[in-house]
Design a protein. Structure first.
Length: 210
């Protein structure tokens, strides 16, 4: 099973959670690869996905487009005076799906981050037509960001497979304690897991891995 991983904001911990999911898939006996179509800034996210996934893939296959400026892909491409070959990302994704049981596609930034004029990461996700997992930066403000993101996903006729609440900071925000209960009441999508700060394994309830 393949999934698209998005986040409520740029620091939600998408890569961290995606790596935990890749490792969970390998423990379940599946071959799994991460796919970070666009990296902006350093390439650390792609390197982490490469290390967490199954063997037999290169960093350029994990991350076909690398922009050096830490900004949105559209802004970084303008800064570097580059014309991005976005259609080639579909070919790169499908090449991985033919070799691995599961491919996890990690977006850049949040759900609607711009990639090109009048074209966002959400548009790219629609083209892939994958179920979407939302990684929530579980802090004050997460409720608004999460509800907006999920409703946008659903308005695009994509399935939101669920939420993963990620405790990014080492000290828990008091507001985060009630977030799971409130999100389950407000949205018709499951909370798949809560990841505490520094957790090294994830147990995901209700997610089809294979």
């Amino acid at each position: 099973m393949n999934y698209f991983i998005t986040g409520t904001d740029t620091d939600a911990g998408k890569t961290y959670v995606t790596c935990l999911l890749l490792e969970a898939m390998k423990r379940a006996g599946l071959s799994a690869a991460g796919f970070k179509p666009l990296c902006c800034g350093n390439r650390g996210d792609a390197a982490a996905l490469l290390a967490a996934g199954s063997e037999g893939v290169t960093i350029d296959e994990v991350n076909p487009i690398w922009l050096k400026m830490p900004a949105s892909p559209y802004a970084a491409a303008l800064y570097e005076n580059r014309l991005l070959n976005l259609p080639s990302l579909h070919d790169a994704f499908h090449a991985l799906t033919h070799r691995f049981d599961s491919v996890l596609v990690e977006g850049a930034g949040g759900w609607e981050v711009p990639l090109a004029p009048q074209y966002t990461m959400a548009d790219f996700a629609v083209e892939l037509a994958l179920p979407v997992i939302v990684v929530v930066n579980n802090k004050l403000g997460a409720l608004n960001h999460t509800i907006l993101t999920v409703k946008n996903i659903q308005s695009r006729h994509l399935k939101c497979a669920g939420l993963i609440l990620n405790q990014v900071a080492d000290e828990r925000d008091p507001a985060s304690i009630s977030h799971r209960m409130i999100l389950e009441q407000m949205l018709d999508v499951p909370v798949l897991a809560e990841v505490m700060h520094g957790e090294t394994e994830i147990s995901v309830d209700g997610l089809e891995l294979g």
